[in-house]
Ligand binder design. Structure first.
Ligand SMILES: [Zn+2]
Length: 400
């Protein structure tokens, strides 16, 4: 099978995750792709491949080098657009112009300057009505293609563990990950963008839920008695730094993002997500939430502001920096293919971050795809083929 055929086969299977599901995986249709992958792995001669009760697909390929390396990609797709009836459009050789999708939607060069780097490449887009699901089926196709060509490689290889995970898009990708089955020295998620990008830094993340208890009294008799919880909520919000918001920040700048507010005079609830790559600044942001809560409680009375702060995930950079060689392997392999790697901080979390804190250091590599989570997604088939070669170089030549 070519990587293009493989990729198209995978994206045509709807694997969209579902929020607030009572099942795991969140949508049982993800199992259809999982079972197909197991079947394909078997047909490649990898007879130990299997899917577990949670939908995770595992496989192991013995190598002759002492290391064991993990490769991971996720099967589910994002929730922002439908993943049903994906109708992939192949562009044999991209001409550098705006890409007009079948439904009239345009992927414009003026809006996406990186398109200039894709001239001459074989691309796949949607027809404009759905996601493509290159996030992360491009990652799956790259790994499967690698496994198909692996038997032809004569040089020694490390042992490989493969895992295809469900429900990454809803933050549950590692929820039932079986660490006992996945005994590796380190791993990579293939869940990024252009293959020149390597990610090993993600946000430290927490959430804050704030309940403000007011005191409702008839407005005619309210003087010196009424506490309007919505006013206190407004006061709370105005004590946070105005510029530290997602819409004003980029790269390594952190933020506090209000994700929900609802209230009446008696009670208001607010939700925030707190993000920063820098652990010290992240802790200072959390401290600020605590100090605002206590100041307002001093002013309006104990119990007015109830703050619930929860950590969500942590920056894997703290763990990976002392073992930077695993990032260097990818940098060196890309360099041997004439590609200068760029390290890009992730303004979010990854399954790799959770795995790193679970004991498997897992930086993230590119999958030759762009504009994830929308109808303007693009997969770069030419570069996906190249990524298979980069991985082979990394496994055979770079990892000693
Ligand atoms: Zn992804």
């Amino acid at each position: 099978m070519t990587i293009l055929e493989r990729f198209i086969k995978y994206v045509k299977i709807d694997t969209q995750a579902v929020e607030d599901s009572s099942t795991f995986p969140s949508s049982l249709k993800q199992l259809k792709l999982a079972d197909l992958l197991v079947e394909e792995l078997h047909s490649l001669g990898i007879s130990n491949a299997f899917r577990d009760e949670y939908g995770y697909v595992y496989a192991k390929i013995e190598g002759s080098k002492p290391q064991t390396v993990g490769l991971i990609a996720h099967m589910d797709t994002a929730l922002e657009m439908p993943d049903e009836n994906v109708n992939p459009q192949v562009i044999e050789s991209y001409d550098g112009k705006d890409i007009i999708l079948k439904n009239g939607l345009a992927i414009k060069v003026s809006e996406f300057p990186f398109l200039a780097e894709l001239v001459g490449k074989k691309l796949v887009t949607t027809d404009g009505n759905t996601l493509l699901g290159a996030d992360d089926k491009a990652g799956i196709a790259i790994i499967m293609q690698l496994l198909e060509v692996l038997p032809q490689i004569k040089e020694p290889l490390p042992s490989l563990f493969i895992c295809f995970t469900p429900d990454e898009e809803i933050g549950d990708g590692t929820k039932y990950f079986n660490y006992d089955l996945f005994k590796v020295d380190f791993a990579y998620t293939l869940d990024g963008a252009d293959i020149k990008y390597i990610n090993y830094e993600n946000f430290n993340a927490a959430s804050a839920h704030i309940t403000i208890n007011g005191k409702s009294i008839h407005p005619g008799e309210a003087k010196d008695k009424l506490i309007n919880s919505m006013e206190v909520a407004h006061e709370f919000h105005s004590m946070l730094p105005h510029e530290a918001k997602p819409e004003y920040t980029s790269w390594y700048e952190g933020f506090n993002h209000m994700t929900g507010i609802s209230g009446c005079v008696q009670q208001t609830t607010m939700s925030y997500i707190i993000r920063n790559h820098d652990l010290k600044l992240f802790n200072e942001q959390k401290e600020l939430f605590k100090s605002i809560a206590s100041k307002l409680n001093e002013k309006y009375g104990e119990g007015t502001v109830v703050l619930d702060l929860q950590d969500s995930y942590m920056n894997m950079a703290e763990l990976i920096k002392p073992h930077f060689e695993i990032v260097q392997y990818a940098i060196d392999a890309l360099a041997l293919h004439g590609i200068k790697a760029e390290i890009v901080p992730i303004r979010g979390g990854t399954d790799g971050a959770r795995l790193s804190y679970g004991g498997i250091l897992t930086p993230n590599l590119g999958t030759a795809s762009y504009n994830h989570h929308g109808a303007m997604e693009i997969a770069n088939i030419t570069q996906m083929e190249q990524m298979v070669e980069v991985l082979i170089t990394m496994l055979t030549k770079v990892i000693k």
